[in-house]
Design a protein around this ligand. Structure first.
Ligand code: BGC
Ligand code: BGC
Length: 584
């Protein structure tokens, strides 16, 4: 047995021993992360790849937990076939549950978790997500997003816990849930604090845009969540695709090496984001200049989904020419290998299949349902319409999002962008309403509202945003409801029945003009697969307790609008009615 293979030795000694045995090609391989669709088992062996990822929607067929575990084990065995047998780190975006996997529990997106104001609950969710990810062998999660959203035009608003750093700071409990007390063997899954730094603060909420702030402002607003993550021993930090005052963070040596590594003492892995090297100097694809800038800035693991072969060649040239120092390559390798040893990957490289049955388990779904209920924010409740009483009443349910798992889940679910439809297992909001209303109630459903008449006691319109992810969700213009949603609500109102509007969305929308016509209004965010949690609040099984994690604008003219900026919003940060008293 070689010394690095001896689990009895301290990790640092094992790393030193292994590093001393590695060639330059092996070291460069460790720093390379390829997409699973662009690489296969033979590549993992031949190129000594250090990591493979599934991008959003990059799934094995058939998309089922066991297939994932088989895929993982196949790639891991390929890594073990290399001369030094260094296991890979497999990375995935389990950003609201193991969302790529059909049948996994999908929890509310972060904005909803921010509304719960409950870091303990979020820690439990992190631990449940870790167990589900562990069931597929995977040991690295690109979550949580700790971006502080300052403008709801941003297409990733729902990935943020809130607009003031205090919310992402407390919700770093997610990291404690995922990793446990430290990065360790399964079911500890290594967390990624992302996207360092300023992703939520770009001008106009432009995804991957420019965050124009002084250094003092950047530190006050966007750094605290990362400080909290460091205190919890977060294993990796992902660099933001955005720029700070015109300079792409991916090439920012001051922010990555001087601040994060030297000043703050981060010893984990700095990972680049998807093709993040490409645009450092505004070109379409990376050249030697970008690779040099990124590695010398302090990036350790490079997410080069497609052009990973080219990256390996270019980095080798840069090192041979002396433009990237060997000390930097060794530092990156130390960080990567340390996490692999800490995870016990050398001792237990393959999937522990005893966790497979936890994927989508009843316990996890019950936890998700609790989180959904806790995330509901009641914003209007005229004449005490809510909570609705179960029993012999006539309830009409309408709206595109009423009976649609895909709409409830939003982006990063089964596919990168997500999509409407029955894309995975779960309970729709309509199904939740039917169950909560009880056997004596009559629940009639039509998405467009056809069939509503004055015989109904109440109508519930579940409307909102179709799924999106990243820049595809940016809203530079109008932020109102879609015409079809407005028509549905109008049809319900014409029947003269009290109307409850439940908004399924990743952010506040421009609804001030319509609000006077709604009797009750609930922000449900993107609840995930357990729609019964929404019904729990509508019918009072769980008291409403959610509070706004973001300021709700009166009109888009106010954007950006944030707590403390002196503007008068429609609903302030922290607002939310408690149904018992009807007061915030
Ligand atoms: C996103 C990251 C994500 C990565 C891998 C990028 O486009 O910005 O948040 O982790 O893709 O899917
Ligand atoms: C991938 C995502 C990634 C995105 C970036 C998609 O094809 O599935 O994971 O974040 O590309 O552009």
């Amino acid at each position: 047995m070689m010394r690095y293979q001896d689990p009895a030795l301290p990790v640092a000694e094992r790393v030193d021993d292994l590093l001393a045995r590695m060639s330059l090609d092996e070291k460069i391989g460790q720093m390379t992360q390829a997409e699973r669709l662009e690489s296969d088992e033979a590549d993992v062996t031949a190129y000594r790849l250090g990591s493979v990822l599934s991008g959003g929607g990059s799934v094995p067929e058939p998309n089922a937990p066991k297939t994932w575990a088989d895929m993982y084990d196949g790639l891991q065995r390929a890594a073990l076939r290399t001369p030094l047998g260094i296991p890979i780190l497999y990375g995935v975006d389990a950003v609201h549950g193991h969302g790529n996997v059909v049948g996994a529990t999908v929890f509310p997106h972060n904005i909803g978790l921010g509304a719960t104001r409950d870091p303990g609950l979020v820690r439990e969710i992190g631990a449940a997500v870790a167990r589900e990810v562990t069931g597929t062998g995977i040991t690295w999660n690109f979550a949580p997003c700790l971006g502080v959203v300052r403008n709801p035009r941003w297409g990733r608003t729902y990935e943020s816990f809130g607009e003031l750093s205090e919310l992402p700071v407390v919700m770093t409990s997610y990291i404690a849930g995922l990793q446990g007390p430290r990065v360790g063997p399964p079911p500890s899954v290594m967390a990624t604090a992302k996207h360092y730094i300023g992703d939520g603060g770009t001008d106009d909420g432009d995804d991957q845009g420019d965050t124009r702030l002084s250094e003092a402002e950047l530190r006050v607003l966007h750094l605290p969540p990362f400080l909290a993550a460091l205190r919890l021993g977060v294993g990796s930090i992902m660099i933001s695709l955005s720029a700070w005052n015109g300079v792409k963070v991916h090439g920012h040596r001051y922010l990555i090496t001087d601040v994060l590594k030297n000043e703050l003492g981060f010893t984990g892995i700095v990972v680049s984001d998807w093709n993040g090297l490409d645009e450092i100097f505004g070109r379409d694809e990376f050249t030697g200049e970008e690779v040099r800038a990124a590695i010398n800035a302090g990036i350790d693991m490079v997410m080069v989904p497609e052009r990973w072969r080219q990256f390996i060649d270019v980095l080798r040239e840069e090192v041979k020419a002396g433009r990237v120092p060997m000390s930097r390559i060794d530092d990156a390798n130390r960080r990567i290998l340390t996490k692999k040893f800490e995870q016990g990957l050398f001792e237990h490289p393959l999937t522990d299949r005893s966790y497979l049955e936890l994927i989508g388990s009843d316990e996890h779904r019950a936890l998700a349902r609790r989180a959904v209920a806790a995330s509901q924010v009641v914003l209007k409740n005229e004449a005490g319409l809510l909570p609705l009483a179960p029993g012999a009443r006539r309830i009409f349910v309408a709206g595109r999002a009423a009976d649609d798992i895909g709409m409830q889940c939003g982006g990063w679910t089964i596919s990168w962008q997500g999509s409407p439809g029955a894309i995975t297992d779960g309970t729709t909001i309509l199904e939740g309403v039917r169950a909560a209303a009880g056997p004596d109630a009559t629940v009639v459903h039509d998405a467009g509202g056809a069939g509503i008449d004055s015989s109904f006691d109440v109508a519930i319109a579940v409307v909102g945003e179709e799924p999106y992810a990243e820049d595809e969700g940016d809203l530079p213009g109008d932020m109102g409801l879609e015409a079809c949603d407005l028509e549905t609500i109008a049809r319900l109102r014409e029947a003269g029945v009290p109307v409850v509007v439940v908004l399924v969305s990743g952010r506040p929308l421009d609804i001030a003009a319509e609000l006077p016509g709604w009797d009750a209004f609930v922000a449900a965010w993107l609840p995930g697969t357990e729609g019964d949690g929404v019904a729990d609040v509508l019918f009072g099984a769980v008291p409403a307790s959610g509070r706004l994690p973001v300021t709700w604008m009166r009109s888009t003219d106010q954007l950006p609008i944030n707590d403390g900026d002196g503007q008068v919003p429609l609903f302030p940060y922290g607002y939310g009615l408690s149904l018992d008293s009807g007061e915030s």
